[in-house]
Design a protein. Structure first.
Length: 185
């Protein structure tokens, strides 16, 4: 079991000296925890193992960017793991983001209460605005922005002409923009 300070010291040893022994100890501690975290997020054990390994490789590569004054070692490692899981989901053409769970994805990571409140208000308002779109517009917006699909992929999946998909996205974004501008006035 590593303390927070010990884990931070190991990351700093990796950053400054590319210390393989420090990495081995960090890996031994975090790999099973990251894998369990990814499995709890819905991944199968094989995918979770892959994501955990990718995350810890990123820890090795990005160790110099770690700053113990901004986040604990565990927070930093698990944030990398979360991002790697999102990358893995996108690579496998599955939605990385549950559209009803934006707040957890886009909430500020620095814990600033004002930003958290603003994020919550923005989440609530955008969710209400999306609810005002037509079903046709909503489905293309979800696929484009939450499933990270290209317009061509959306057109193929929905069996629609590419121009129709682009038009629906443009109209939906226009409606959202108009509503947000009314909010600001």
């Amino acid at each position: 079991m590593l303390s927070a300070d010990e884990a931070a010291d190991l990351i700093e040893a990796i950053a400054t000296r590319q210390d393989r022994a420090a990495f081995a100890r960090l890996f031994q501690h975090f790999a099973p925890r990251v894998k369990a975290f990814i499995v709890r997020g819905g991944a199968d054990p094989e995918a979770a193992q892959e994501v955990a390994q990718e995350a810890l490789i990123m820890v090795w590569r990005k160790a110099a960017s770690f700053d113990r004054t901004k986040a604990s070692a565990a927070t930093w490692v698990f944030t990398i793991a979360r991002n790697k899981r999102i990358d893995h989901l996108r690579r496998n053409n599955r939605p990385a983001i549950d559209t009803d769970d934006w707040l957890t994805v886009f909430a500020p990571e620095d814990g600033d209460a004002d930003k958290s409140v603003l994020a919550g208000q923005t989440y609530t308002r955008v969710k209400a605005l999306l609810g005002g779109l037509s079903a046709d517009q909503l489905v293309v917006i979800e696929k484009a922005f939450f499933e990270d699909k290209t317009h061509t992929a959306i057109a193929e999946e929905l069996k629609l002409p590419l121009g129709t998909v682009k038009s629906r996205i443009r109209l939906a974004l226009g409606r959202l923009r108009e509503a947000l501008e009314r909010d600001e006035s």
